[in-house]
Design a binder for this molecule. Structure first.
Ligand SMILES: Cc1cc2nc3c(=O)[nH]c(=O)nc-3n(C[C@H](O)[C@H](O)[C@H](O)COP(=O)(O)O)c2cc1C
Length: 166
């Protein structure tokens, strides 16, 4: 899929088919995370694939707005280490977005599930070291819905040379 088309047609998917995600497709998606840019190319991230139903269920219960994680065939958590880079949130977020975009490009769907309200609890479940940050948990699978979304108009969010200047 062409990149601009992928960017514009990607949607957050919250309902999934039962079909498993082939290993080959999962690797493509993870590899897109690996190729994300990072500050000084320090790549402070780790990707944890959640394939065990019990693990997904536990994480799902801890997430405020991600209870549907246990209905997705897979989850991917992105952790980032502040000891490796002083930009763990930026680097982890851009890797997570690369993962979501690549998932869409290969016909999968995903949704960012905000772990911030229960970060320590989810880290504990997944065995992520205390020193690391949990940036994102994503549900991944073949979409069983085709939601629409909206965006603010470009003219309302774009200025030239100075904030507020048209
Ligand atoms: C930082 C961040 C946190 C989000 N947290 C959640 C979440 O906890 N649960 C959820 O269902 N969607 C979550 N989303 C998905 C957004 O709701 C979604 O991206 C937004 O509504 C736009 O829809 P679209 O992705 O389909 O274009 C999150 C997205 C981002 C970037």
């Amino acid at each position: 899929m062409e990149v601009l088309q992928a960017i514009k047609t990607r949607r957050s998917i919250r309902k999934y088919k039962k079909d498993p995600v082939p290993q080959e497709e999962l690797e493509k998606v993870l590899d897109a995370g690996r190729w994300a840019p990072s500050a000084s190319n320090l790549q402070p991230w780790k990707f944890i694939v959640l394939s065990d139903f019990k693990v997904k269920e536990k994480v799902a219960k801890s997430l405020a707005w991600g209870k549907f994680l246990d209905e997705a065939p897979l989850g991917i958590a992105v952790a980032a280490d502040p000891r490796v880079s002083s930009h763990p949130v930026e680097d982890g977020s851009i890797a997570a977005y690369s993962i979501l975009l690549a998932a869409h490009a290969v016909g999968l769907g995903g949704c960012w599930l905000n772990p911030s309200a229960s970060e320590e609890e989810v880290k504990e479940i997944l065995g992520i070291p205390k020193e690391e940050r949990l940036i994102s948990v994503m549900s991944i699978g073949y979409p069983a819905e085709a939601p629409s979304s909206t965006r603010k108009e470009l003219k309302d969010i774009t200025f030239t040379n100075r904030y507020g200047s048209k």
